[in-house]
Design a protein around this ligand. Structure first.
Ligand code: SF4
Ligand code: SF4
Length: 196
């Protein structure tokens, strides 16, 4: 009997689904290599922006996390979503071995005593987007507003997804080829939408 899916499971949370979605993205990336030039450019721009946020975010973490009584990395349910995966593939960054909580860990597998093991751009976007109250208080005191930067990153992520889907679907329309990979991507998109 198939196990009943838990609605709180992140997308691609099993080893098999994780391999499946990443294999599908590798396949599409190779198959549409030239047509995905713009996507690669968007991914590089995204990487630069995420990198640029790193020093400030690290400073905020150094100021707040060591004394935190309820560390978010130990309690929050985070996962790589479809845009995170697209970005990692198109920026050609190393892929994580699994979702952060696999297999049913109590806390994120990338959490170490010294903090997150992943460089900033390779973390789920949620981990960079989330600023806890003590961190927002520091930003407010220093008169720093990150709204525009966060908005720019969100727009790039959206653009990357739209462009990727437009390219891969357009090529299918043009060639009339049946691509066995697309049902997997469609399914993963559906999982992602359900999980949002
Ligand atoms: S980001 Fe905020 S909530 Fe998370 S561990 Fe650091 S201080 Fe705690
Ligand atoms: S990926 Fe890193 S920042 Fe995100 S929850 Fe895990 S340890 Fe924390």
């Amino acid at each position: 009997m198939q196990p009943v899916p838990d609605p709180f499971d992140p997308p691609w949370h099993t080893a098999a689904r994780w391999q499946e979605v990443n294999a599908a993205l590798v396949h599409l990336r190779q198959r549409h290599r030239t047509a995905l030039d713009r996507c690669r450019d968007l991914a590089r721009r995204l990487e630069r922006r995420l990198d640029g946020l790193g020093p400030l975010m690290d400073e905020l973490c150094r100021a707040t996390c060591p004394d935190c009584r309820t560390p978010c990395c130990a309690t929050a349910l985070v996962w790589f979503d479809f845009r995170d995966l697209l970005f990692l593939h198109l920026a050609e960054l190393p892929l994580p071995a699994s979702q952060p909580r696999y297999p049913h860990r109590r806390h994120c597998r990338f959490l170490s005593p010294g903090g997150c093991l992943l460089p900033r751009p390779r973390r789920p976007w949620l981990c960079t987007w989330y600023l806890c109250p003590p961190q927002t208080a520091i930003l407010r005191l220093r008169n720093i507003c990150l709204d525009a930067e966060m908005k720019a990153i969100k727009s790039l992520r959206q653009e990357l997804e739209d462009e990727f889907i437009a390219v891969t679907h357009k090529r299918l329309d043009e060639t009339g080829e049946i691509d066995e990979t697309h049902p997997q991507i469609a399914q993963t998109n559906m999982d992602y939408s359900n999980a949002k």
